[in-house]
Design a protein around this ligand. Structure first.
Ligand code: ADP
Ligand code: 5GP
Length: 228
């Protein structure tokens, strides 16, 4: 039964775009959703920023030089890109996104509001935009400082970017407030699950027609008992 449902209700892949200020907990929430949904793919961005301790090239980001970034951008290999935190560049490699969508797989993109806007323009309602907000500004400050991954001037650049991210909250389809981690993870997962069920994302016509054909076959073959 579950298999039959899978075959009929196969949905078109969606892009779950997750944005929010640096340090708000996007990476933590995404890791929580991935632990529950290993079938979901994650886009690995290119960036000109240096790796943080513990970050792995190719897993967390593709760490590239400015020249390499410009080459990728100019060759059309980035779906979108943005300049963030002053002088750093970040971009989404185009091909993995296109391949995931073509296979009907869902993919998460952790990108800023400029990228979210570009993805909405390019992919329309195949994209779902989620903004992760801190419960208070003070909480954001605390998390960013507690993470101990940036120098004070880097923290300052991220707080400036955070103001711009928050000012653009109106772009998004959903807002998840990351106060309680468990609840916020549940909410991000709920967005994924609900969006998978929206009628426009699966072939409901085939499903409807099959149900109606079954109903007709059952009624012509053996009356109401056959349907029961
Ligand atoms: P981002 O990916 O948005 O930059 P991170 O996922 O790196 O943020 O989280 C920043 C810091 O906040 C990390 O130290 C993380 O463990 C912590 N954190 C994330 N969510 C919560 C939460 N709900 N409550 C308390 N701390 C959190
Ligand atoms: P950092 O991790 O350096 O503190 O912040 C990275 C910022 O860049 C976050 O706001 C993150 O969402 C954004 N970002 C990461 N990758 C991409 C990308 O490929 N494109 C865009 N537009 N933003 C990105």
């Amino acid at each position: 039964m579950a298999q039959a449902k899978q075959a009929v209700l196969r949905h078109a892949g969606l892009l779950l775009v997750v944005s929010g200020p640096s340090g708000v907990g996007k990476g933590t929430l995404i890791a929580g959703v991935l632990a529950r949904h290993p079938e979901v793919r994650v886009s690995v961005s290119c960036t000109t920023r240096a790796p943080r301790r513990g970050e792995v090239n190719g897993r967390d980001y593709h760490f590239v030089t400015l020249e390499e970034f410009q080459r990728l951008r100019d060759a059309g290999e980035l779906l979108e890109w943005a300049q963030i935190h002053g002088d750093l560049y970040y971009g989404t490699p185009r091909r993995p996104v296109e391949e995931a969508l073509a296979r009907g797989e869902d993919m998460i993109l952790e990108i800023d509001y400029q990228g979210a806007r570009a993805v909405r323009t390019i992919l329309g309602d195949r994209s779902v935009l989620v903004f992760v907000a801190p419960p208070t500004w003070g909480t954001l400050l605390e998390r960013l400082q507690m993470r101990h991954t940036e120098r004070p001037e880097e923290v300052a650049a991220r707080l400036e970017s955070a103001g711009r991210e928050i000012a653009n909250m109106g772009l998004y389809d959903y807002v998840v407030v990351n106060d309680d981690l468990q609840r916020a993870t549940d909410e991000l997962e709920a967005v994924l699950l609900a969006e998978r069920c929206t009628a426009r994302r699966f072939d409901w016509r085939t499903f409807r027609d099959r149900l109606l054909a079954d109903a007709e076959a059952a009624s012509s073959g053996g009356g109401q008992n056959a349907i029961a």
